[in-house]
Design a protein around this ligand. Structure first.
Ligand SMILES: *[C@@H]1O[C@H](CO)[C@@H](O)[C@H](O)[C@H]1NC(C)=O
Ligand SMILES: *[C@@H]1O[C@H](CO)[C@@H](O)[C@H](O)[C@H]1NC(C)=O
Ligand SMILES: *[C@@H]1O[C@H](CO)[C@@H](O)[C@H](O)[C@H]1NC(C)=O
Ligand SMILES: *[C@@H]1O[C@H](CO)[C@@H](O)[C@H](O)[C@H]1NC(C)=O
Ligand SMILES: *[C@@H]1O[C@H](CO)[C@@H](O)[C@H](O)[C@H]1NC(C)=O
Ligand SMILES: *[C@@H]1O[C@H](CO)[C@@H](O)[C@H](O)[C@H]1NC(C)=O
Ligand SMILES: *[C@@H]1O[C@H](CO)[C@@H](O)[C@H](O)[C@H]1NC(C)=O
Length: 460
């Protein structure tokens, strides 16, 4: 077996196979032919530097996800090898210590898209079934952006149920076009990019524009959005922001599922409403929830609404009983807050309470060189450690020379310690500067959330 994969490797190396027939012939010679190329620390670099394009699965034989992937990956490698000999799938066993470093600085189980002899590495963001892998890898190998020339192209590429990004340019050259191409290369693992010189071919939006203009089509909210700011970073930010719906819908629809994944993986705090989409109260809850989401959009908060019919797994995880539905959950900094039997008018006050006011602060304003401040430093350190596991209390200190002082506080002498309770009262701490005294003060003054606080697993 080692022999036969060495043979197919030689073909890739020496002949850079332009004819897929040749490879097929090799494949025909052995039933146990493996189309996925095994690499390790002894030959990885040499192999990679000779290729423009390569997919590498960094796997561990023990991981369940890897076991499930393996036969699909092998099947995809076979199909791809028939299609185009440049489409090579490889794997590296990172259970072997010497191979870990090959998977990048974090050495994680992952699939990577490796281009330009290893100079450009991107995370694989495609599907895990053979057909899905094939389609995705072909697309990754082709041009970063595809030209739309005809109405038919537009119909094929811009079906109304997916996100697609189209650059409109009078000519396919110049700085704007170059920046767009850089964007397409950067984001191609997750988004599909197109370009055209005829906006009339596009299904929506102003059709008389000549560009340069970038139009993001999306199957939700405004359906498309335009930008003319062609700075690469601005383009990237624009795409990231436009592809997050005001409210992500989890209803079992495949197209929405990708948006649910985006929702789960972004770093924002998350609000999730679980309702029965066919119940009577659904309409007014949806309406109020949308209002709320509009209000807090861009505030590092993401909103999701799930139909209980397709989220029973999540509901079980949160330990919710049928008679507690509908319910809403806020996940913020590792803490979870839940309100069951939530009514439309309760959504807004509930969120406000937790998002902006559930934390008590003890703030010390100090100057690093000040003698008393120095003495207090270790007391504050200890205090902070004792509240480390309490998500509702924050012990913070502000160097008055390094920070703009918050308007709510007046600093007359150093050090000054202020307390802000969860319901917003601010008062100056006056008392002894020992850890015990501070603790007693905090415990007396903090106001605890009245709702249930959950401690459950993060995933849905
Ligand atoms: C790389 O080295 C490993 C271990 O010697 C071997 O199993 C594998 O077939 C080699 N791969 C290639 C492409 O030469
Ligand atoms: C992967 O590496 C581990 C550790 O060296 C080894 O035990 C295992 O047999 C290897 N698996 C495969 C499929 O090569
Ligand atoms: C292209 O992007 C760069 C930054 O990456 C920016 O400096 C330049 O102004 C952009 N060009 C145009 C025409 O926006
Ligand atoms: C949702 O509500 C509808 C209409 O009230 C009801 O028929 C259905 O059983 C409910 N679904 C679930 C999963 O409770
Ligand atoms: C959102 O989060 C980022 C990083 O965590 C932070 O820098 C930014 O100030 C936050 N924005 C808002 C509006 O809270
Ligand atoms: C905050 O102030 C209000 C009004 O002065 C008071 O009723 C409430 O008890 C205070 N909260 C705490 C935690 O002391
Ligand atoms: C905290 O409690 C003390 C008494 O223990 C009281 O004097 C002070 O006003 C309270 N502070 C706040 C913010 O409620």
């Amino acid at each position: 077996m080692a022999m036969s994969s060495a043979i197919s490797l030689c073909f890739v190396f020496l002949f850079a196979l332009h004819s897929s027939l040749l490879l097929l012939t090799v494949a025909g010679t052995s039933d146990s032919q493996e189309f996925v190329v095994e690499l390790d620390h002894s030959n990885f670099t040499h192999f990679v530097t000779n290729l423009d394009f390569l997919i590498v699965s960094f796997y561990s034989p023990g991981c369940g996800r890897c076991k499930k992937l393996a036969p699909e990956y092998e099947k995809a490698a076979y199909i791809l090898s028939k299609h185009n000999s440049h489409l090579v799938l490889a794997k590296v066993n990172i259970s072997k210590q010497a191979n870990v470093g090959l998977a990048g600085s974090d050495g994680r189980i992952s699939i990577k898209i490796v281009r330009d002899g290893g100079k450009n590495v991107q995370e694989y963001k495609g599907p895990y079934d053979a057909d899905g892998i094939v389609k995705y890898v072909k697309r990754q190998y082709g041009p970063a952006s595809i030209e739309i020339n005809t109405l038919e192209d537009a119909q094929i590429f811009l079906s109304d149920n997916k996100i697609a990004i189209v650059g409109i340019f009078p000519h396919f050259s110049g700085e704007e076009f170059e920046n767009y191409t850089i964007l397409a290369k950067n984001l191609r693992p997750t988004e599909e990019f197109f370009h055209t010189s005829d906006a009339k071919l596009l299904p929506q939006g102003e059709s008389s524009v000549a560009g340069p203009l970038m139009r993001v089509f999306k199957p939700f909210d405004e359906l498309f959005v335009d930008t003319q700011d062609f700075d690469v970073n601005a383009l990237e930010k624009f795409v990231e922001e436009s592809i997050v719906p005001t409210v992500t819908i989890m209803d079992g629809d495949q197209i929405n599922q990708r948006l649910v994944d985006n929702f789960m993986y972004n770093s924002n705090s998350k609000v999730m409403l679980f309702i029965n989409f066919s119940s009577e109260v659904a309409a007014s809850l949806k309406y109020k929830y949308h209002e709320l989401a509009e209000l807090y959009k861009g505030d590092n908060l993401s909103f999701l609404m799930a139909d209980i019919g397709v989220s029973s797994h999540a509901i079980k995880q949160y330990g919710i009983k049928d008679d507690q539905i509908p319910f809403v959950i806020l996940l913020s900094d590792g803490t979870k807050y839940l309100k069951s039997n939530v009514e439309p008018d309760e959504l807004s006050p509930w969120l406000k309470k937790y998002k902006f006011a559930f934390i008590s602060f003890l703030l010390e304003f100090y100057a690093p060189s000040h003698k008393v401040c120095k003495e207090l430093a270790s007391v504050f350190e200890d205090l902070a450690i004792s509240y480390q596991r309490d998500p509702d209390v924050i012990i913070a200190k502000f160097d008055i020379f390094a920070n703009d002082i918050l308007h709510d506080f007046e600093i007359w002498k150093l050090p000054t310690v202020y307390f802000k309770s969860a319901d917003g009262n601010i008062s100056q701490y006056i008392g002894y500067a020992t850890k015990e005294d501070f603790r007693e003060f905090i415990e007396k003054n903090r106001s605890k959330p009245a709702d249930e606080q959950l401690d459950v697993k993060d995933e849905l």
